[in-house]
Design a protein around this ligand. Sequence first.
Ligand code: ATP
Ligand code: MG
Ligand code: MG
Ligand code: MG
Length: 490
Amino acid sequence: RWEVSRELRKSFFEFFKSKNHEILKSASVIPAENDSSLLFTNAGMNQFKPLILSSSEPKRVANIQKCIRAGGKHNDLDDVGKDLHHQTFFEMMGNWSFNDAFSKQEACQFAWDYLVKTLSIDSDRLYVSYFGGIERLGLPEDRECREIWKRIGIPSDRILPFVAENFWEMGSAGPCGPCTEIHYDRIGGRNASSLVNIDDSVVEIWNIVFMSNIRDSSGHIHNLGKNHIDTGMGFERLLSVVQNRNSNFDTDAFTPILDKITSLTKNKLKYNGTLSSREDAVFRLVADHVRAATVAISDGAIPDGTGSGFIVRKMMRRSFLQGNSKLGIERFGLSDLVPVVISTMVPFLVRITSDKEVYPEIEKSSNEIIKTFKDEETQFWKTVDKAKKMFDGVANENKSPVISGRKAFNLFETHGLPLSVTVEMARNIGKEVDEKEFERCQLEAQKLSQKASQLKLPVSASDFPTHTDNDKYSYTYKNGRYGKSISFTL
Ligand code: ATP
Ligand code: MG
Ligand code: MG
Ligand code: MG
């Protein structure tokens, strides 16, 4: 049953080895401490940022990188479950040219040959997009790229200029550049121009970024002065194409997990793979979140109150709550999912050199991950049970369909009831929570507590102002350093 996945990984490594790439291991999903610009590794290129910025040596590299997109510039947390091709955790197959190790033409040709020649994907199902230019920022249309695709033999009507989507950035600052993407039409026989932003039947599979720019912290884009190429392709998306499925969730990467969820539900509910079914969406969400948390914990994340730990906690708690209330999974059932998640990754171990396996760390920390799940769940249900009583009191105070944000905030502050749980419980009785007001209350409370702590610091408060960035994080000075946290609540 694992054959297709394993072969896919292997063929990717072999293809790029034959093109003189060095095959490297995935970096951790938790970024190095010195890179405060990210909560999680969100792309294959993250670990190469220093190389991109400082090296001058030409180098070809390929790998498959564990990625989590659940915060910051690339945040798919709220989309997961709602479509068929976004997860928070996914694997990104990528190859790189540092310092002109290969040309734009070669980058596109490699990608095309791998898909069409090596994997025999029907080229009539593929179309490409390239950067259409943003005049306002002085960024020209990438005509060179359009010509490259023509030379490769793509019919002109399958080469489309995209604007915002085809200028790739890792974060709010850092290396960036125009890109070109390969998209796959899951249905086929349709005109490319009618497929733009159509629906789930078309997916972007490969992104090739011509990394020749850098955005500074004030938002200005400059020339990097070097030419690097950074490519990334979603492993689960490619797998769905190769396995001829309509969704990432119908592949080897997910089917065993979804089957196990069925066995954990009280009424043995089945996953039907429907986009519009709320129940199926919860299946996808639970499968994804448990999988993401498993990987994050195996890389050292600990569910807690700030930074990446906060997101891991959020994903775990969401899966406990949704799994229990929507699918009827017994409390503590989800820790049984962890070994299955691990089994979907471990049999794929492909030795990438004689001594390096792909993800040995995940299997090694299996017991620790299960324990973390159980501990987190114990704490979670304790909180929920205690707060449930308080919630009932608040919810039944009046007939209004809206529960005030201030009351929800009190439940959070006094009883530790996360906003997401309050929202969920409210939904179950046909009410909603004023989340905006909740956020305002939280901000107020943050300001108050800062004032209190600043009084104790032997420095002026203005030396350590709290600041936020566009990506909804706030940076608060505490215990001698700035800590990053989400400035809104779940
Ligand atoms: P999308 O537009 O579908 O959100 P993206 O443009 O944000 O994708 P890139 O940053 O270009 O994605 O990442 C490279 C590749 O990684 C994508 O072409 C896609 O195949 C894959 N990918 C990106 N996000 C996800 C995700 N959340 N789940 C699964 N695969 C993903
Ligand atoms: Mg995206
Ligand atoms: Mg895209
Ligand atoms: Mg893209």
